[in-house]
Design a protein around this ligand. Sequence first.
Ligand SMILES: Nc1ncnc2c1ncn2[C@@H]1O[C@H](COP(=O)(O)OP(=O)(O)OP(=O)(O)O)[C@@H](O)[C@H]1O
Ligand SMILES: Nc1ccn([C@@H]2O[C@H](COP(=O)(O)O)[C@@H](O)[C@H]2O)c(=O)n1
Ligand SMILES: [Mg+2]
Length: 196
Amino acid sequence: MSRSSANGVTVIFVLGGPGSGKGTQCKKIAKHYGFSHLSVGDLLRVEMESGSADSAMIKNMQKEGKLVPSDIVVKLLQRAIQENGNNKFLIDGFPRNEENLSAYDAVIKIEPKFVLYLECSEDVMIQRALNRNQGREDDQIETIKKRVKLFFESTLPMIEYFGTKGKLCKVNGEKSVEEVFEEIKGIFSSHEISKS
Ligand SMILES: Nc1ncnc2c1ncn2[C@@H]1O[C@H](COP(=O)(O)OP(=O)(O)OP(=O)(O)O)[C@@H](O)[C@H]1O
Ligand SMILES: Nc1ccn([C@@H]2O[C@H](COP(=O)(O)O)[C@@H](O)[C@H]2O)c(=O)n1
Ligand SMILES: [Mg+2]
């Protein structure tokens, strides 16, 4: 039995390419529905700045647009969930590939209620990431292109896998922020998740 049904913890995976709006929408969902937003990219950035043994490796992987080994990512995620008093989590930017999902299933084991996918074209992703202006070292054109390529090669097949399991909820991420959020509210309502 999944832990979600065993102890009432709700997890939603939020996926999409770089710049598709995951962070933007997660902040709105968190505020509206009382979820805790765990951005795996942000957890890695915090770990990188902590000066831990993995700092240099994480910095290098992010700069190169590559994925950090799943055991490290899942440990950070597990700690973030355990330290948080909430029982409702949006996991943003995870799982990115099959290895991520296997490590999650082995350690955290909370079946996601559904997977929210923000679909965007490559051109829109690239323009948004380039214009983001948040000082991210990986928001420069060469790295963005690598991240987009990795998304199509490794993450999209995962997203399609969730579709075969009946877990996938896709929204048009190219609409305005408010229009995307309206679509998301419809999805939450159909899963009987109400405003906190
Ligand atoms: N629907 C939208 N329309 C226009 N701009 C948007 C929309 N959603 C997000 N943005 C803008 O696009 C940029 C990227 O958004 P965001 O940081 O939410 O993407 P992300 O999916 O979290 O990307 P990453 O995977 O790189 O962290 C930000 O500058 C944000 O303000
Ligand atoms: N599951 C993950 C998620 C992220 N990373 C690394 O962090 C970078 C930024 O991630 P965003 O979700 O904020 O875009 C990403 O390019 C990877 O280097 C990861 O390794 N594994
Ligand atoms: Mg983000």
